[in-house]
Design a protein around this ligand. Structure first.
Ligand SMILES: NC(=O)c1ccc[n+]([C@@H]2O[C@H](COP(=O)([O-])OP(=O)(O)OC[C@H]3O[C@@H](n4cnc5c(N)ncnc54)[C@H](O)[C@@H]3O)[C@@H](O)[C@H]2O)c1
Ligand SMILES: N[C@@H](CCC(=O)N[C@@H](CSCO)C(=O)NCC(=O)O)C(=O)O
Ligand SMILES: [Zn+2]
Ligand SMILES: [Zn+2]
Length: 379
């Protein structure tokens, strides 16, 4: 390829400062070093976590940076020693790496991987602790090891899932974050059994994917909780069987749910990032066995609390990152499930815009009607 080994200048949305509009810049993207992969990003969706870091509330947020972590593209070139992907491969960048060698990967107990986490948290690449992005010589930080709001990005080889080239990249880009997170929270983290009563707090993409996963797992009731009643009609298509708006009740929402479910739900999922709701989600669980899974990402300085008695009496509090899925191994499997129409993806896409329209896409995210907005990165 003509660009192999060369610096590529391309368009990217740069977050120069928290909360200031992203700026489409000509960005220089350095060639991949050993163990790295340069990807042409074709489609990138926006996730609530991008907005969270952009807002300045993420303790790991670094500026200037290139956000974005839910995307799909084609490998442009690879660095020395990269064997599992080659130029032309269709891939999904994975913010949760999978090296298959570290203590975490070998534990059999978690999907977290320790190999590159310190570098991705510091916005740099492992090899030299430097960024591959710059604008007129000024270094720009990476984000979550993916930085997909750029036409080209560089990621670690342990952070790339090779997928079926027949899969439509404008759709399967969603399998980089929100949909797997919700499905996996149910299937891997909670392990919901058939007949269970499930409560889902927050009916955005992640909450709807929880509902979809719970329906597939055979849940008998799936109660959707959201402060926006307009969410319910759409939620029914994803498996939600009942809807509760906390604003319609004087009692705390946990009490409302306990009353409606003969003592509490079997499983609850917090898909908002609000620590008060996290508490409610735990406390609406059934005494003795109810399990609550935290999926939402809360702002710096926020802490969860409850009476320890809630746990003493058998409720279990858990959290999940990327739904517990092993990224490189299982993202291709999720793509296959989509191709066989076993999981929804298209249904989560409510808007399609271009990279140049990225600020409008973030505005849409804060409106109730938007689930996922997919950006065409080269239109
Ligand atoms: N753990 C992970 O790996 C992971 C992965 C992806 C996203 N996330 C996080 O999951 C959360 C949800 O993401 P999303 O993209 O679905 O977000 P979203 O903004 O689309 O959805 C959130 C929903 O919560 C509702 N809501 C807000 N406040 C509420 C309240 N007090 N009570 C009830 N409902 C309320 C909103 O109306 C909205 O429907 C975010 O915090 C995101 O950062 C975590
Ligand atoms: N940097 C934040 C934490 C953000 C966070 O929890 N990220 C989730 C993925 S959200 C995707 O939309 C995650 O996977 N966390 C595990 C990890 O980052 O290793 C903070 O510090 O609060
Ligand atoms: Zn995300
Ligand atoms: Zn690992």
């Amino acid at each position: 390829m003509a660009t192999r080994g060369q610096v590529i200048t391309c368009k990217a949305a740069v977050a120069w400062e928290p909360n200031k509009p992203l700026v489409i810049e000509d960005v220089q993207v350095a060639p991949p070093q050993a163990g790295e992969v340069r990807i042409q990003i074709l489609y990138s969706a926006l996730c609530h976590t991008d907005a969270y870091t952009w807002s300045g509330k993420d303790p790991e947020g670094l500026f200037p940076c290139i956000l974005g972590h839910e995307a799909a593209g084609i490998v442009e070139s690879v660095g020395e020693g990269v064997t599992e992907v080659q130029p032309g491969d269709h891939v999904i960048p994975c913010y949760q790496a999978e090296c298959r060698e570290c203590k975490f990967c070998k534990s059999g107990k978690t999907n977290l991987c320790g190999k590159v986490r310190s570098a991705t948290g510091a916005g740099v690449m492992m090899a030299d602790r430097k960024s591959r992005f710059s604008v007129n010589g000024k270094s720009i930080y990476h984000f979550m090891g993916t930085s997909t709001f750029s036409q080209y990005t560089v990621v670690h080889d342990v952070s790339v899932a090779k997928i079926d080239p027949k899969a439509p990249l404008d759709k399967v880009c969603l399998l980089g974050c929100g949909v797997p997170t919700g499905l996996g929270a149910v299937w891997n983290t909670a392990k919901v059994e058939s007949g269970s009563i499930v409560a889902v707090f927050g009916l955005g993409t992640v909450g709807l994917a929880v509902a979809e996963g719970a329906k597939a797992a055979g849940a008998s009731r799936i109660i959707g909780i959201d402060i926006d009643s307009k969410k319910f009609d759409r939620a029914k298509d994803f498996g939600v069987t009942e809807f509760v708006n906390p604003k319609d009740h004087d009692k705390p929402i946990q009490q409302v749910l306990v009353d409606q479910t003969d003592g509490g739900v079997d499983y609850s999922f917090e898909c908002i990032g609000n620590v008060s709701v996290m508490r409610a989600a735990l406390e609406c669980c059934h005494k003795g066995w109810g399990t609550s899974v935290i999926v939402g990402v809360a702002a710096s300085g926020q802490e969860v609390c409850t009476r320890p008695f809630q746990l003493v009496t058998g409720r279990v509090w858990k959290g999940t990152a990327f739904g517990g899925f092993k990224s490189r191994s299982q993202v291709p499997w999720l793509v296959e499930k989509y191709m066989k129409k076993e999981i929804k993806v298209d249904e989560y896409i409510t808007h399609n815009l271009t990279l140049a329209e990225i600020n409008k896409a973030f505005d849409l995210m804060h409106e109730g009607g938007c689930l996922r907005c997919v950006l065409n990165m080269h239109a």
